[in-house]
Design a protein. Sequence first.
Length: 311
Amino acid sequence: MTTRQVEHEITVDAPAPAVYRLIAEVENWPRIFPPTIYVDHLERGEREERIRIWATANGEAKNWTSRRTLDPDALRITFRQEVSTPPVAAMGGTWIIEPLSGTSSRIRLLHDYRAIDDDPEGLKWIDEAVDRNSRSELAALKTNVELAHASEEITFSFEDTVQIDGSAKDAYDFVNEAGLWVERLPHVASVRFSEDTPGLQTLEMDTRAKDGSTHTTKSYRVTFPHHRIAYKQVTLPALMTLHTGYWTFEENASGVAASSQHTVVLNTANIARILGADATVADARAYVQNALSTNSRATLGHAKDHAENRR
């Protein structure tokens, strides 16, 4: 069996412990790594953990489970895929963070992998995916680590919740069945929806704004029946450089609390063009939150009607 070993590296203007922490805490990943859609903990110990990762590779959405060993003293994290997705037979590697000074560090990303049956085409596919993802991950990591302190003002999260006198399953089904949203949601003009792998969805849709204009968004969604749907938007409106979120459905004494959570990073370069020369970051935050909340609350309202009518 041929095992390929490759290394990528990048230098960042951030202290090594801060870089280590960003990589160690997997809930940060959808924000800092473009290919990552969602990450979930399956098992969690002090130094050992199992995580499930949903990400895109060469434009296809895939998911896998990895074991990780964390070494905060040496600033190293080793990882190994438990069950790889074809054409990968085995995949693992190491993150190594090396301090260069008090304010800068080198990130080294090592990979080792094999293709199923040593297939040359498969190996070529993996070479390309690892190279592309490693470069994009390291470039994004550099950008996002360096922005981490500066971007607090332009990164924000918020949540809208409605109480539904119905079942979590019926409310969940409404949001899960996004392929039917053209018929069910007035603000959705058209939908392209696919779920080739159960629980991993691609949702592209044209949404109508109040002024009648439409804009196209594309998201990957990961579903956990009947309590959570997480997503990452990959085709973004002009005022955002990042948009992730999740829908949650929690049963309580009077039915179910259905919520829509959003995390956004503003694209400050486009504020003047979209909102006018005098517009501030605060104006952009208010505009984006209002737009996203309006659509979320509309969807939650229709989910409420759907679930309450099915009682």
